[in-house]
Design a protein around this ligand. Structure first.
Ligand code: OSB
Ligand code: MG
Length: 376
């Protein structure tokens, strides 16, 4: 197979509800869409879901545009390959830049599975017909506002709620949610906001995190900085609550380090963070073999990235609810048809070939701020 045309689209969609994490607040999102076409006219779409700023990972929308246009797309365009597992090898010399790589590789997976007439989920080894979706709720201006957000999502049927926490917004909101919802599957995500034991306030951070232990949380996700494997290992040993890694695991080598150090016991697999679907599938195999349950995390994807997340979540080791909530939680109008929908927190894995959704090019064109076309 061979891509003879690749178009990069820079698209901005307004968010329905502003989302705040430990680092920033946003009300619209700009993602880059990769449209890949082979000589027979088969089209595959991928999504570069990098946040605008370098706060989750070092990449930004601007650096992803540059990496994709100067390095990744030229390496893939016109190259001959048999299987999407070969794509990452075409730009093996490019270090990091996982979001940009993920979008390009996703387009190749979508194009290849469409050409082979198999659903993307099955091409990846997925077995489930449905996946369970959880929601991720940002930091709210008050505990009352948070409780009303949790109530709204629980009432629409989501069986798991993840709360963003940060120093100063942790024990009290968790206590309030636990008191209001004694049996709800609740987990927290700090996005690395707590200082490590070698930094000022580090021992205080351990005290706060220990204070979360009695609330029967399903997990505490990424309390410390990405490369701080040692404090994640210490916390894993000290707490009953499972510790989940997100930002710490960008490569399979990171995962091998985490497994060897017992720096957690759950893995959030993000297709974007790991540079694509092949790496996400391989991380799932490695974590599952080590006895770590995995789930698929999101980056507020538009429909294309969201559909890829649903596909990877259908693999057998994804035993915890994934961040694959309905498109409508985030966007009034999505770029795929049908949009991803959740019914009582259950999302159907598409059975149609390829991505399993059609792409609404007219909506993309209406929201695109720039486009760049590459031809062999
Ligand atoms: O850590 O999971 C995270 C969004 C932006 C940056 C980091 C994270 C998130 C989410 C998104 O939690 C969840 C979703 O897409 O549903
Ligand atoms: Mg996270």
């Amino acid at each position: 197979m061979r891509a003879v045309e690749i178009v990069l689209h820079d698209v901005e969609l307004p968010l329905r509800h502003a989302f705040e994490t430990s680092s920033h607040r946003k009300s619209s999102l700009r993602h880059l869409l990769v449209e890949m076409i082979d000589a027979e006219g088969t089209v595959g779409w991928g999504e570069i879901a990098s946040p605008a700023g370098p706060f989750y990972a070092p990449e930004t929308t601007t650096t992803a545009w540059q990496t994709a246009t100067e390095h990744l797309i030229p390496a893939v365009l016109g190259a001959q390959w048999d299987h999407p597992d070969e794509i990452s090898g075409l730009y093996a010399k490019v270090r990091g830049n996982f979001f940009a790589k993920a979008g390009v590789e996703m387009a190749a997976w979508a194009m290849w599975s469409a050409a082979e007439s198999i659903p993307l989920a099955r091409a990846l080894g997925g077995e489930r017909e449905t996946v369970v979706a959880g929601v991720s709720l940002g930091i709210e201006p008050s505990i009352e506002a948070l409780l009303s957000e949790v109530t709204r999502h629980v009432e629409s049927g989501y069986p798991r709620v993840k709360l963003k926490i940060a120093p100063g917004w942790d024990v009290e909101p968790v206590r309030a949610v636990r008191e209001a919802f004694p049996d709800l599957d609740v987990h927290v995500d700090a996005n690395g906001a707590y200082p490590g034991s070698h930094e000022p306030g580090g021992e205080g951070a351990f005290e706060v995190l220990r204070a979360l232990d009695p609330f029967r949380l399903t997990m505490i996700e990424q309390p410390f900085a990405p490369r701080n494997f040692l404090d994640h290992a210490r916390l894993t040993a000290e707490l009953e609550t499972p510790v989940c890694l997100d930002e710490s695991v960008e490569t399979l080598d990171d995962l091998r380090t985490a497994l060897a150090l017992k720096a957690g016991n759950v893995l959030n697999i993000k297709v974007s963070r790991m540079g694509g679907l092949s790496a996400a599938r391989d991380a799932h195999a490695l974590a599952s073999a080590a006895g770590w349950p995995v789930w698929c995390g999101g980056m507020h994807e538009f429909g294309i990235g969201r559909a890829a997340n649903v596909a990877i979540s259908s693999l057998p080791g994804f035993t915890l609810p994934s961040d694959v909530s309905a498109s409508s939680k985030y966007y009034a109008e999505d770029i795929i048809d049908p949009p991803v929908t959740a019914e009582q927190g259950i999302v159907r894995v598409p059975t149609a070939d390829g991505l399993g959704h059609s792409v609404r090019t007219e909506v993309i064109a209406a929201h695109a701020t720039r486009q760049k076309r590459f031809l062999v």
